[in-house]
Design a protein around this ligand. Structure first.
Ligand code: C2E
Ligand code: CA
Ligand code: CA
Length: 361
């Protein structure tokens, strides 16, 4: 194999043996990525013919990781490290291919290893905060509720949004502790929100992950948290995404039924992005449909989006459900939603997520 690889190289290129099945090629070029790609192709091709080993034919393939540098001061160890990360990516993608080193992948690879521990530490050190985004009644502009959205003040730095850690929290199991914390903090804050003149105090909506929904202890946790915080059950809404609900409609149905039995309301989040059948929609214990912001974004520009929003609003009304349009950013979108008869909305136009005191005001 070494002899074949050697033939794909130019004079001055180095071919080295690192350990059992790892080889390294070092070459100097002015051709950048293009030259590296054609070298990788040549090296792969040189292996493509089967090897004869006694009576047998043996096929070898290579996973090639490529790291480039334009800086002569780059330490060789760093370059080798980078190539190794890229090789891992090529192997993970099924092997027999090449991959360039990309700094984001390194961060990702490192994150997957260290993030769960950092999340646990963050919980112990109270680094998480909840922001609340108002939900308003379209007719009056009154704040009827607020959605709790978790943020992480990682090591005293700026707040980090949930998209960068919820998925890892789920896959590592940290989500049950984090979800419990979110529920508790949200109920305690909401219990202190004042009622407006002649109106009920706003409800609080908490996002549930698939993991939490599957946990048979969820209902007793919710019941206990409501009792501890003094929040009335009807002032708590749980949000579950359409995809999570549809992953196992039977479990979802049972769990959400229990929650509704104690007076908690249930919202289907991101409606329109998953795959609900109308039969499921009829059977699931739901109170609210949240229309995904991808449809709201097109209001005023895409006729199809207006048609979809209108159909969902009509469907919700026919099923006796409330509807909330998510991600309203412009006055034009708000106007159109009002015209389409959408009862409630949420979005930067009405209010960004902010501390609990913003809802008090
Ligand atoms: P989501 O439940 O769909 O929450 C709404 C997201 O849209 C929030 O992002 C919010 O800041 C953002 N948003 C609100 N209004 C607008 C708008 O007008 N325009 C645009 N472009 N965006 C708007 P955020 O806070 O980054 O949360 C992202 C997702 O993370 C949430 O999506 C939710 O699925 C998840 N998440 C947040 N908090 C929790 C939590 O406590 N537990 C769980 N399991 N998931 C959470
Ligand atoms: Ca939500
Ligand atoms: Ca949503």
């Amino acid at each position: 194999a070494a002899a074949r690889l050697r033939r794909g190289l130019r004079a001055g290129d180095d071919l080295g043996f690192l350990d059992h099945d790892r080889l390294v090629v070092v070459c100097e070029t002015h051709g950048g990525k293009k030259a590296a790609t054609s070298l990788a192709r040549r090296l792969s091709r040189s292996l493509s013919e089967p090897f004869r080993v006694e009576e047998d034919q043996v096929v070898l393939t290579a996973s090639i990781g490529i790291a480039l540098t334009a800086d002569p001061a780059t330490p060789p160890e760093a370059l080798l490290d980078d190539a190794e990360v890229a090789m891992g990516v090529a192997t993970a993608a099924g092997g027999n291919r090449w991959s360039f080193y990309c700094p984001a992948e390194r961060a990702e690879a490192l994150n997957a290893v260290t993030l769960p521990a950092a999340l646990r530490r963050g919980l112990a050190e109270e680094q998480f905060v909840l922001h609340y985004q108002p939900v308003v009644e379209m007719g009056t502009g009154r704040v009827v509720g607020a959605e709790a959205l978790v943020r992480w003040r990682r090591g005293g730095e700026a707040l980090v949004g949930p998209d960068s850690f919820i998925a890892t929290a789920e896959s590592s199991g940290v989500i049950s502790a984090l979800g419990t914390w979110v529920l508790r903090a949200a109920c305690h804050s909401a219990a202190r929100w004042p009622a407006g003149a002649g109106a009920q105090a706003p409800y609080v909506a908490v996002n549930l992950s698939a993991h939490q929904l599957e946990d048979p202890r969820l209902t007793s946790l919710v019941r206990k948290t409501l009792a501890e915080s003094g929040l009335a059950a009807r002032r708590l809404v749980v949000e579950v995404t359409e995809s999570v609900l549809m992953a196992d409609p039977e479990i979802a149905s049972r769990r959400l039924g229990e929650l509704r039995h104690i007076g908690v309301r249930v919202a289907m989040d991101d409606f329109g992005t998953g795959y609900s059948s109308l039969a499921h929609l009829k059977a699931l214990p739901l109170d609210i449909l949240k229309i995904d912001r991808s449809f709201v974004a097109g209001l005023g520009a895409e006729r199809a989006d207006a048609a979809i929003v209108e159909a969902v609003v009509t469907l919700a009304r026919a099923l006796g459900l409330d509807a909330i349009a998510e991600g309203v950013e412009t006055p034009a979108q708000a106007d159109e939603l009002r015209n389409l008869g959408c009862p409630h909305a949420q979005g930067y136009f009405f209010g960004r997520p902010g501390p609990s005191s913003q809802i008090d005001e």
